[in-house]
Design a protein. Structure first.
Length: 89
């Protein structure tokens, strides 16, 4: 599965890579090279980040599903209990 990003996000990511190289590396990187580097990261490392995010979402959803019983639980056979409580002095 290839990770696709919008044209605007790609443009911003390339600008960010160019800035990173200007401020942190000995040589700046050009627009085409930054785009190629971004493509590499999206293809090679992107799936790792994506899969981790999916796992995190699954864990959070599973935790929420486990709470459903507590949040919406109803006691069974409660009809007579309400009358029994009302009759006690």
């Amino acid at each position: 599965m290839s990770i696709e990003i919008s044209k605007d996000a790609r443009k911003q990511a390339i600008a960010s890579i160019e800035r990173y190289f200007r401020e942190n590396m000995e040589e700046p990187i050009g627009n085409v090279s930054a785009g190629a580097l971004l493509g590499y990261f999206l293809e090679e490392i992107g799936p790792l980040v994506y899969n981790k995010a999916v796992t995190d979402v699954q864990d959070r959803l599973q935790a929420r599903v486990m709470e459903v019983d507590v949040e919406i639980h109803e006691d069974e056979f409660a009809y007579w209990r309400k009358f029994d409580r009302a009759r006690k002095p």
